[in-house]
Design a protein around this ligand. Structure first.
Ligand code: SF4
Length: 105
């Protein structure tokens, strides 16, 4: 399956300071991780490509290992993405979500 990455250039996270992006999206500090990830999700919620980002992360199996599961893609950490995927599959909506995202070339 070939996936588009064209949407990435429009990501809101590309225009925030690198230090904030690193802390909010990637920091693994247990003392602040949930607060940081909540901030990352706020950034995603105003992002014009949030749907593409979430679908891409699921299809491309991004951040699925134990060290990166808390990284946010499309306003979702790994467990959120898994839940989203399973819910969509269960309700027969996944294929339409993928098609609407335009991520699959
Ligand atoms: S949805 Fe979030 S992680 Fe994805 S491109 Fe937008 S801001 Fe970045």
């Amino acid at each position: 399956m070939k996936l588009s990455t064209e949407w990435m250039k429009d990501g809101t996270c590309r225009s925030i300071p690198v230090a904030d992006k690193d802390k909010w999206f990637f920091s693994q500090d247990p003392a602040t991780i949930y607060k940081d990830r909540a901030r990352a999700k706020q950034v995603c919620h105003i992002c014009p490509v949030v749907k593409q980002c979430g679908v891409y992360a699921i299809l491309n199996k991004e951040s699925t290992d134990s060290h990166s599961r808390n990284i946010v893609w499309g306003a979702m950490m790994y467990r959120d993405r898994l839940e989203h995927y399973r819910d969509a599959k269960r309700h027969g909506l996944w294929e339409q979500i993928v098609e609407d995202s335009g991520v699959v070339l």
